[in-house]
Design a protein around this ligand. Structure first.
Ligand code: FAD
Length: 683
């Protein structure tokens, strides 16, 4: 019999997601070994010369807490959030891989036999390890990853037609390159949720725009105050699959869904979005993109350099609006792969190349369970895995990195999972406590985070801030409201997003310097005052509308259904969504916004005084007049281009200014890429 080597903790897979676990194991002096051929997706892309894009998630949510602290220490006041490029991101991984190189065994795991107190890990080389604990972090398998490596998009695509049958961040990256080179894309889709990944906020106190990434504006704890308000704020009048198309046509004719109906995700896919007990349900996919107007503000001055670094315009709504991309309905379009045509409703288009994608599938080696079900093979299901890390069917085997965020970075999820796994490995009492009622814990989680619907292949996608919060609660490291006194503390508790580092300021897993990092971040975002105003504004607008209905001189049995209809049809969130953000830093714009916001914020008090002094009829007149004024002003601002919708602002995408900028972008893109190509050829 071949003897097996013994190790306390064996980590299968050397990717980005397990480095925080290694840090904790090292701090405790636990014996560990990583088995991996070290071929993370980033290494594969680098080898294929395709590491030429920026991340869809912000720096704050994509990078380890301790790494962010190091960056802050190094850069001081110049440390800002933004979107790291793929090569910057991979450089961090390389740094840690090099640091731990002597603990990395270069091989691939073939299979694992799991027993009650150990596992036998079989490698492709024939070697076997006997490990007390095994951590599997082997990422996902996905066709689109192979496409990104194999399909070299270059100038030869100019004038070509390319059909793409999957929609997600990766296919959107391919679309960005194809369109920049002048190709036409036929996107065969069953709809999508498109979210602007960066916002520009203006303040009279600043000289120019302040940039805030989408994932840093999610203020997850605010949902504790009111789930209803939180959902309305997050929606921003956007989730058009939930809005009846007739209503959308009437109130927001300029929305993406009305202008491009095939972009609307089928109602059955999206209707559970706000239907779980949690503020937002697990299991939804969103594409995060650079809106062209914000991209312009961010990149125009150094366009050449930015394109060279990998910052590309991937504004799908803009591409749709200008015919660079055409949508086809997956459920009714017919694709003839031999004739290379797509047909739908009597319309036919031909294509020169078709690119297919698929769903991501965990790339877990075979695990045989030797417990009650001898030799049975383990299969990973998001709804059967406690917080994505522990299965009731496996003893001392953990999984990391198979839970993903639909906004924000994977690191927010995986660093938290690393802490949970670390505690389960090193604290037997904690592990026993979890295992004693793990089935109940999983059931409770599922009842909170999934609406009543069948399982689907996207169930592993979570709202990052509620996920990190759940893990923090289990680990006992979640800061309480009473831990942050004062007004600043109030803002910090309710407005600061649940990035993983929020849970590493104090407590068992504290990282020195996180306090300064939080303070620095809050300062950069003006202590989240803009966000607080946005969040607070919604209930006041809703109150004005509902109070107007309730004060109306009509019988009560008309008022009640009218209030319900008002609430069911998202009048207010559509309105507030349209009000959105100011488009530029002129003082006049701020006065216009104040002229709308201040009367609405003062409304409850003034209306109460009017009612007490002059009676219900006058109070109704006052409310109705204010409501009409607000509607008129917001529509005026939208028509004039002073308001920018939070998501998919079609008005800015249609402006001639943006069309002109895109023409310039394309020219610069072509120039930068050809210089690159020539340099590569010389190498
Ligand atoms: C194009 C693209 C863009 C992305 N953009 C973002 C983004 O903007 N933000 C973000 O947060 N995330 C992004 N991701 C997702 C995610 O962050 C990365 O994929 C991340 O590197 C995943 O880390 P991981 O450790 O789970 O997997 P990986 O880093 O891929 O590592 C997996 C490791 O497992 C090893 N392995 C596999 N099978 C075995 C085996 N049988 N035995 C031993 N070892 C094995 C591999 O060699 C590899 O070293 C993106 C992914 C892609 C493909």
């Amino acid at each position: 019999m071949v003897e097996s080597r013994e190790v306390e903790v064996l980590i299968v897979g050397g990717g980005f997601s397990t480095m925080p676990l290694i840090r904790e194991l090292e701090a405790d002096g636990v014996d560990w070994l990583m088995v991996s051929p070290m071929t993370p997706i980033w290494q594969q892309l680098e080898e294929a010369d395709a590491l030429d894009f920026d991340l869809v998630s912000s720096l704050q949510s994509s990078v380890y807490s301790f790494e962010l602290v190091e960056m802050l220490n190094e850069l001081g006041e110049n440390f800002t959030d933004g979107f790291p490029t793929a090569s910057e991101f991979y450089a961090i991984h390389k740094k840690y891989a090099a640091r731990h190189a002597d603990h990395i065994h270069n091989d691939r795991v073939d299979s694992i036999d799991n027993h009650a107190d150990h596992s036998l890990v079989h490698l492709e080389s024939g070697e076997t390890f006997r490990a007390r604990h095994v951590v599997v972090a082997t990422a996902f398998r996905r066709q689109m990853n192979a496409n990104l490596k194999q399909i070299k998009v270059d100038a030869s695509y100019a004038g070509k037609s390319v059909a793409i049958t999957s929609t997600g961040d990766s296919s959107n990256l391919l679309i960005a390159k194809l369109v920049a080179y002048g190709a036409k894309v036929h996107l065969v889709t069953n709809g999508f949720i498109m979210l602007d990944k960066m916002f520009a906020t203006f303040s009279p106190l600043d000289n120019g725009p302040r940039f805030v990434p989408l994932d840093q504006l999610e203020c997850h704890n605010f949902s504790e105050v009111s789930k209803w308000s939180y959902r309305a704020f997050i929606d921003g009048g956007y989730i058009h699959g939930l809005i009846h198309n007739g209503f959308a046509k009437l109130f927001d004719r300029n929305s993406l869904g009305v202008r491009h109906p095939r972009s609307i995700r089928p109602h059955q896919d999206i209707r559970s979005f706000f239907k779980a007990r949690a503020p937002i349900e697990n299991g939804h996919i969103a594409i995060k993109y650079w809106p062209i107007d914000v991209y312009r503000l961010y990149c125009e001055e150094t366009l050449e350099q930015k394109i060279d670094e990998g910052y590309l315009i991937n504004d799908l709504p803009f591409f749709l609006e200008h015919g660079h991309v055409k949508l086809w309905d997956k459920s009714s379009a017919t694709i003839d792969r031999e004739a290379m045509t797509i047909r739908e409703d009597g319309e036919t288009a031909s294509f020169d190349l078709i690119i297919d994608g698929d769903q991501e599938v965990p790339n877990i080696p075979e695990i045989r369970m030797h417990g009650s079900s001898d030799g049975e093979q383990f299969s990973y299901r998001p709804r059967a895995q406690f917080l994505g890390v522990a299965s009731p069917k496996l003893d001392n085997i953990y999984t990391i990195g198979f839970t993903r965020p639909f906004t924000g970075g994977l690191n927010n999820i995986s660093e938290m999972q690393c802490l949970l796994v670390h505690r389960m490995i090193t604290d037997p009492a904690f592990r026993d406590e979890i295992r004693s009622d793990i089935d109940q814990r999983i059931a409770d989680y599922n009842a909170t985070y999934f609406a009543r619907r069948p399982e689907k292949k996207t169930d592993h996608l979570v709202w990052y801030g509620t996920f990190t919060d759940e893990v923090a609660k289990v680990l006992g490291i979640r800061p309480k409201r009473s831990d942050t006194p004062g007004v600043k503390g109030l803002m910090k508790y309710y407005m600061f997003p649940n990035n993983v580092f929020r849970f590493r300021e104090t407590g068992r897993y504290a990282v020195e310097g996180v306090g300064e990092l939080i303070e620095h971040t809050a300062k950069q975002y003006h202590d989240y005052k803009v966000l607080a105003l946005l969040v607070i504004r919604y209930p006041f607008f809703e109150l004005l509308a509902l109070a107007t209905i309730l004060l109306a001189p009509v019988p009560w049995w008309v008022k009640i259904p009218a209030a319900i209809i008002h609430n069911r049809l998202p009048f207010t969130s559509t309105l507030v969504g349209k009000f959105g953000l100011p488009t530029r830093e002129s003082k006049a714009i701020f006065n216009y916004r104040k002229a709308i916001s201040f009367p609405v914020l003062a409304y409850p008090l003034v209306a109460a005084v009017v009612w007490a002094a002059a009676g219900m009829g006058t109070a109704f007149g006052f409310s109705a007049a204010l409501l009409a004024y607000v509607y008129a002003m917001i529509h005026l601002g939208t028509a004039k281009g002073w308001n920018r919708k939070f998501f998919c602002d079609m008005k800015s995408k249609r402006s001639p200014e943006m069309v002109k900028f895109f023409e310039r972008y394309r020219k610069v893109f072509g120039r930068v890429k050809s210089i690159r190509q020539r340099a590569d050829q010389l190498d």
